[in-house]
Design a protein around this ligand. Structure first.
Ligand code: ATP
Length: 751
């Protein structure tokens, strides 16, 4: 068999395929480049304005396309868009993409949830096409909270780099060989925030290190003067594309916004009630608080109280890995509550968030807009509720009105506000960690307000600190060392040696416990409440009713008359009047019914309850553990504690009088004995022994023990007063005496 002449190795099939692919890609790039050159929008115009209604542009008029497939994007990018079901670009995308594709610098602003991310990602992806069709992509995310040493080994030669300014600067400074000289496109998302956070110096340093020939794009949802200044510094002949500039409001159209004026000390009840009343609707809720410590406290507290919905917490003190976990968990949840600081206020795109509750007033209007923008994203609807203290109302509303934010006043339906404070206090009394968390939350919040100074919105001097402490379950108000005397709260603040003083009663009335999880409700997978079932008393703890019954509409101002009705939130039409009722946490009827009877033992029995370790249980802890075991419980633990304190003071006074009387009697007895001895030597010995046992020292000691007895009573609960009175005159000396006393004590309690 004749052998043919060998002409070298035949091309392998893969090689042939690769060759064909690169030829196809090369010709595709050429075609797209041609389109980009011929159909680019004129500089200074917005493609949105160029678009003519109802007409389909031809290929060379791609700049006005209303569909992604009309843009000169590579086949890979088009396939990706189709796979992700992105068909029509949003307004900001239509405005930005045509300019961005031809490499222009851009300063863009659009409302939250309007699709800014894709507006800058698409041009980046297509830029990579130009880098080289056979290029293998490498991408990196550099953010704080990760292992920087490990990052240093991986940051070389990245094609796409997503980073925070601080971390980028760190790598520029510290990572040998970290090279940005090939950078072609720089995108700064949330540009205003970068500047707010004091990163302008860092940013200037970064810009100085980047190649001058680059495309730079700045995006933000709220355009500020500082962003414009940054644009002047870093952009070349930029396109200013603010697509919602002429919109009636700076917030999404499908967002319903309301505010409610509340007292600081009512927030715990309101938060609890809000969560409980939105259970049935299986809502996804984000609750914004000012500080990490508040987030921690409410998360830890509420998960122990088991509201019947998964709870999550997100704040800046968490590791990056934990943050990511929480992000995905909340992302995937159908119904959940996320307690968060402003770390979750910007850029995060959680799907289907129904409610954003700003429990603490945001720093400013921009912060408000970003926070509330976590709901009503893209075409979804959503609701936002802002809680304002009376002192914050004027300043914040003026700022919101100045920015044309359509917000109207609601007030809480007092029948739907559930008082959870008794349970909170009970929890704290037995859970040291939680008490510590409450203490820290209190100080952190006060500090956060204090740091604002006396601004138009925040007024530290007007904070009802003692009531607030009580509302976090603290029986004493933590000392605020950073507050000058009298600036926050009253002067007593600094006087207590322990750094604490007794808090006045919280602004709450009747008791109610958190409702137990209903059988069909999902358990909070953050861990069960440590004290078992939190109670099922339906009367004291209304069931999770219709979510909207919690809020009722206040009479609207004339200017708000045209605003879309929020009447679904106002089943109680009788409540539709301007004069909001003062905040009450339950009806006076309930208050009366459940009022504590200080002359009766706790829950009908003053018997001492021991825990598993054999320790006598604190009555507050006992109430927490057994709350709801019967319907005859005291009104509130706070009332209970106050009553006991009062009784202790009374008993203490009585004790002193008794002790004085006994000392006097002892002296008189002594004198009588001495006289008798002097008169009758036979009687002396016996009487003398008795006199020894009733020395003044012992009388003092008795007084001491009696006070200890009152402390014990505070521990045991109400109802032991009579027993202590009985006990007073005859302190038992022997075991038998003690047994006899114990029997008397028990008998008096049963009576
Ligand atoms: N053209 C589109 N078609 C369908 N969905 C889109 C489109 N563009 C964006 N989205 C979706 O809209 C949501 C919001 O987009 P994105 O996160 O980009 O908003 P944003 O303007 O950056 O908001 P923020 O300012 O709050 O960060 C995302 O879930 C995104 O997938």
């Amino acid at each position: 068999m004749a052998q043919g002449k060998r002409r070298g190795p035949a091309p392998k099939p893969e090689r042939a395929r690769a060759l064909r692919r690169s030829q196809v890609e090369a010709s595709e790039i050429e075609r797209l480049e041609g389109l980009l050159k011929s159909g680019a929008p004129a500089s200074g115009t917005s493609p949105l304005d160029l678009a003519t209604a109802g007409t389909t542009p031809n290929a060379s008029e791609w700049a006005t396309s209303k569909a992604f497939d009309g843009y000169p994007l590579s086949r890979y990018t088009q396939d990706g868009l189709a796979a992700a079901k992105y068909v029509q670009p949003t307004a900001i995308q239509r405005a930005v993409i045509p300019h961005a594709l031809v490499g222009r610098d851009i300063l863009a602003a659009a409302k939250t949830g309007s699709g800014k991310t894709l507006a800058f990602l698409l041009p980046i992806f297509d830029e990579l096409r130009k880098v080289g069709p056979r290029h293998e992509l490498s991408a990196g995310v550099l953010v704080g909270g990760k292992d920087v040493a490990e990052e240093k080994t991986r940051v070389q030669g990245l094609n796409i780099l997503v980073t925070t300014p601080g971390r980028l600067l760190q790598h520029m400074d510290e990572t040998a060989g970290f090279d940005c000289s090939t950078l072609r496109t720089l995108v700064l998302d949330e540009a205003d925030r970068i500047l707010d956070m004091g990163f302008s110096a860092a940013l200037n340093a970064i810009l100085a290190n980047l190649p001058r020939q680059r495309q730079t794009m700045l995006f933000s949802a709220t355009q500020t003067k500082s962003v414009e200044a940054l644009a002047r510094l870093s952009l070349r002949d930029p396109e200013y594309l603010a697509v919602h500039e002429k919109a009636e409001a700076p917030t999404p159209v499908r967002l319903q916004q309301a505010y409610m004026v509340v007292n600081l000390q009512d927030k715990t009840n309101i938060l609890w009630s809000f969560i409980r009343t939105h259970l049935q609707a299986r809502s996804k809720i984000i609750i914004f608080l000012s500080t990490c410590k508040q987030v921690r406290f409410y998360f830890e507290l509420f998960r122990r109280l088991r509201p019947g919905v998964p709870l999550r917490a997100l704040h800046g003190k968490m590791s990056q890995a934990k943050r990511m976990d929480v992000f995905y968990e909340f992302n995937d949840a159908r119904a959940a509550v996320l307690f968060a600081t402003d770390i979750a206020a910007r850029g995060l795109d959680f799907p289907a968030v129904h409610w954003v509750l700003q429990a603490d007033c945001p720093d400013d209007c921009a912060a408000y807009i970003h926070r509330v923008g976590r709901t009503a994203r893209y075409t979804a609807a959503g609701k936002g509720l802002l809680l304002l203290l009376p002192s914050e109302r004027e300043g914040m509303l003026a700022a919101l009105q100045g920015a044309r934010v359509p917000i109207r006043e609601l007030r809480q339906n007092p029948d739907k506000v559930q008082s959870v404070l008794p349970a909170v206090q009970a929890m704290l009394s037995k859970d040291h960690e939680l008490k510590l968390a409450a203490h820290r939350a209190f100080v952190a919040y006060a500090r956060s307000v204090h740091k604002h100074g006396s601004s138009r919105v925040f007024d530290a001097a007007k904070l009802p600190v003692a009531e607030y402490a009580a509302s976090l379950g603290l029986l004493a108000t933590p000392r605020l060392r950073f507050v000058r005397r009298g600036a926050v709260g009253d002067d007593e603040n600094d006087e207590d040696d322990e750094g604490e003083r007794a808090a006045p009663r919280a602004h709450q009335a009747a008791p109610a416990r958190p409702q137990s999880r209903e059988p069909d409700e999902p358990a909070s997978d953050e861990g069960a409440a440590s004290d078992g079932d939190a109670g099922t008393d339906d009367e004291a703890q209304p069931a999770a009713d219709s979510e909207d019954e919690f809020l009722v509409v206040k009479r609207r101002h004339a200017a708000e008359a045209d605003q879309e009705e929020l009447d679904s939130q106002a089943p109680d039409t009788a409540a539709d009047n301007t004069d909001a009722l003062p905040m009450t946490t339950t009806t006076s009827k309930k208050k009366k019914k459940l009022k504590i009877r200080v002359d009766r033992p706790v829950a009908g029995s003053a018997k001492i309850v021991f825990d598993e370790e054999g320790e006598a249980m604190d009555p507050l802890a006992r109430l927490a553990a057994g709350a709801g075991s019967n319907g005859d419980e005291p009104a509130t633990l706070e009332e209970h504690a106050a009553a006991l304190r009062e009784r202790m003071a009374l008993a203490d006074a009585r004790d002193k009088v008794d002790a004085r009387k006994r000392r006097k009697e002892a002296r008189e007895t002594k004198r009588a004995k001495r006289l008798a001895r002097e008169q009758s030597p036979d009687a002396g010995v016996e009487l003398g022994d008795d006199a020894e046992s009733e020395s003044e020292d012992e009388a003092e000691a008795f007084g001491g023990r009696f006070r200890a007895g009152m402390v014990a009573e505070l521990r045991e609960g109400a109802g032991a007063e009579a027993a202590h009175r009985d006990m007073a005159p005859a302190e038992p000396a022997t075991l038998e005496d003690q047994e006899a006393l114990a029997l008397r004590l028990l008998a008096s309690r049963r009576a």
